[in-house]
Write a protein that binds this ligand. Structure first.
Ligand SMILES: Cc1ncc(C[n+]2csc(CCOP(=O)(O)OP(=O)(O)O)c2C)c(N)n1
Ligand SMILES: [Mg+2]
Length: 327
């Protein structure tokens, strides 16, 4: 198996979220150090999905992400320092600290936002895809969502129109087995792939822990979309190694067993992908990634917090004055 460096580097880039670089003097950002307000949703374990799909895209293609979006952003080329500054609520963040973890975006890179509302990115992606089918640019949109998101009505409305209008859109269900603590077998009737097939689109399951398998499926789906063949639905079977969000590190909720986590951990996509590289190359990439992360964290920490006096800046795109009071 050959994993090109531009595919592997973003996977390893997500070491930031893993805390694999944690150690003395390097606490888990925002967990032990309390530097991030609220919680974040770690992508650890699911890296092969974002990486495989984004590696199949052109720079001018578009993605919509989820509440678990850091991996999608890194894989689509977001500046890791500015993304980290956004997580820390600093002025140099990608969205000047207005977005935070769950609404971070970089429109210039075709990243139409993480999203705190489950499956809400799908219609945005369909709108982008519809514009691409009109402007003849040959661009493609991908929408990422979870197994919980697969049960949202808005996703089905989007699948219906995407299939009807043959939009250049790829639906990527990241099935990590749980919606918060609810296992998929207690939330989902039938098969999500069969549901998508019922709309008349190509639909299949993919091993979401295998970056090569994901890349292969992604390239086929993106090529079909680009050629005017309409949408594809891919259900990627994957797993999150940590809790639903970072606050779960301080709880023992018991909705899944340590045995189950260990069974998935042996298929951790990062070492699996890295195993195909020779050791010197792997070490070189690891060092490169550690340096990138140190630089990103340093950049974010050096950036000031926004001035509270500007809290209403950028609330409106232009024109209207913010209303003061309710009269
Ligand atoms: C419309 C909506 N309903 C409920 C929630 C609360 N919520 C946040 S994440 C989540 C679970 C989502 O599960 P899944 O789609 O499988 O994504 P995962 O967290 O597993 O990546 C829920 C129910 C929400 N944010 N939006
Ligand atoms: Mg899930």
């Amino acid at each position: 198996m050959f994993v090109p460096i531009d595919l592997l580097a973003p996977i390893l880039g997500d070491l930031l979220a893993k805390g694999r670089v944690a150690g003395p003097g390097k606490p888990w950002l925002g967990v032990n150090a309390n530097e991030i307000a609220g919680v974040t949703h770690e992508y650890v374990g699911q890296e092969a999905v974002a990486t495989g799909f984004c590696a199949a895209l052109r720079a001018d293609d578009v993605i919509t992400s989820t509440h678990r979006g850091h991996g999608h952003l890194i894989a689509k080329g977001a500046d890791v320092g500015r993304m980290t500054a956004e997580l820390l609520g600093r002025v140099d963040g990608l969205n000047r600290a207005r977005g935070g973890s769950m609404h971070v975006a970089d429109l210039g890179l075709g990243i139409y936002g993480a999203n705190g509302i489950v499956a809400a990115g799908a219609p945005f992606a369909a709108g982008a895809a519809w514009s691409f089918s009109v402007d003849g640019s040959g661009r493609v949109a991908i929408t990422f969502f979870g197994d919980g998101g697969a049960n949202q009505g808005v996703l089905h409305e989007t699948m219906n129109l995407a299939a009807l209008w043959r939009l250049p859109l790829v639906f990527v269900c990241e099935n990590n087995g749980y919606a918060v603590t609810l296992p998929q077998e207690r939330s989902t009737a039938g098969s999500v792939v069969a549901r998508a097939a019922a709309y008349g689109m190509a639909a299949e399951q993919v091993d979401g822990m295998d970056a090569d398998a994901v890349l292969d499926a992604a390239e086929r789906a993106v090529a079909t979309a680009r050629a005017g063949g309409g949408p594809t639905f891919l259900e990627c079977l994957t797993y999150r190694f940590f809790g639903h969000h970072t606050a779960e590190r301080t709880m023992k909720l018991g909705y899944r067993t340590d045995d189950e986590i260990e069974r998935w951990r042996v298929r951790d996509p990062v070492p699996l992908a890295g195993a195909s590289l020779d050791q010197a190359e792997r070490e070189r990439i690891d060092h490169e990634v550690e340096a990138l992360l140190d630089e990103a964290v340093g950049y974010a920490r050096a950036s000031p917090h926004p001035d509270p006096a500007g809290a209403l800046d950028f609330v409106y795109a232009s024109g209207p004055e913010p209303r003061r009071g309710v009269a």
